[in-house]
Write a protein that binds this ligand. Structure first.
Ligand code: SAH
Length: 221
């Protein structure tokens, strides 16, 4: 028998490559990089695509949804400028990966998805990873979470044509919201909204492609 050299990368090499890809795409904030180093993306991806978890690409998850590309997660998290005392709201739990990263940076994370199955699966991973500062909910997140408002930071990981009014209303003065806007079948842009005493300031970031923010609860598949 011939002993073939094993050229698969080791776990340490994979992590190095993962962090290198993030840096080269503009994720330079050290707290964000540390959080992303601490949260293994592997458990958030099941089945066929699990072995691609450490590549910088979006991947399919259950219910016809996608887990975002790590560099986009990094850029959105960086733009959110989260500090350790912050209460953060995420709309679009999906796999739970973005919420897990936020949980390393913020005091408390509330994350909402319209698919019950995704919420249950994400919650199980949070428990496994001992991330105790995340609260999960199944609901239409475009109404926000009035009973916990206002929020220091809000992140939406599904695209709406415009920032939903209830979310803008639930952002604190001094708060930041990051979200993709645009039609789901056309070019979308990430935008950052700052709420100041003088009103809302908008910043346009890069072009992206997200699944649409839909109304009502989803049918689980
Ligand atoms: N942040 C996720 C990726 C999100 S994919 C991750 O880290 O994996 C977008 C998610 O938004 C999908 O799971 C979809 O079900 C959810 N979504 C779409 N419209 C929604 C709405 N109105 N309320 C809550 N979740 C919504």
């Amino acid at each position: 028998m011939i002993d073939l050299p094993d050229d698969r990368p080791t776990a340490a090499e994979r992590k190095m490559q993962f962090l290198y890809a993030l840096r080269s795409k503009g994720v330079t904030d050290s707290a964000v990089l540390t959080a992303m180093e601490a949260v293994d993306r592997g458990p958030f991806i099941r089945g066929l695509f699990a072995e691609r978890a450490y590549e910088d690409m979006p991947l399919p998850i259950a219910c016809g949804q996608t887990i975002s590309q790590p560099s986009v997660v990094g850029l959105m998290t960086q733009a959110l400028e989260v500090s350790p005392r912050d209460k953060v709201l995420e709309i679009g739990t999906g796999s739970g990966y973005q919420a897990a990263i936020l949980s390393k940076l913020a005091r408390r994370v509330y994350t909402i998805d319209r698919h019950r199955r995704l919420v249950h699966e994400a919650r199980a991973i949070f428990e496994q990873m001992d991330l105790t500062n995340i609260t999960t909910m199944t609901a239409d997140g475009s109404h926000g979470l009035p009973e916990q408002a206002p929020f220091d930071r809000i992140i939406v990981t599904a695209a709406a044509e415009d920032p939903p009014g209830p979310l803008l209303a639930q952002l604190k003065v001094g708060g930041i919201m990051v979200l993709p806007v645009g039609q789901s079948d056309a070019v979308q842009h990430l935008i950052r909204v700052r709420k100041t005493t003088n009103g809302l300031e908008y910043d346009e970031m890069r072009a992206v492609r997200f699944v649409p923010l839909l109304e009502g609860l989803g049918k689980d598949t």
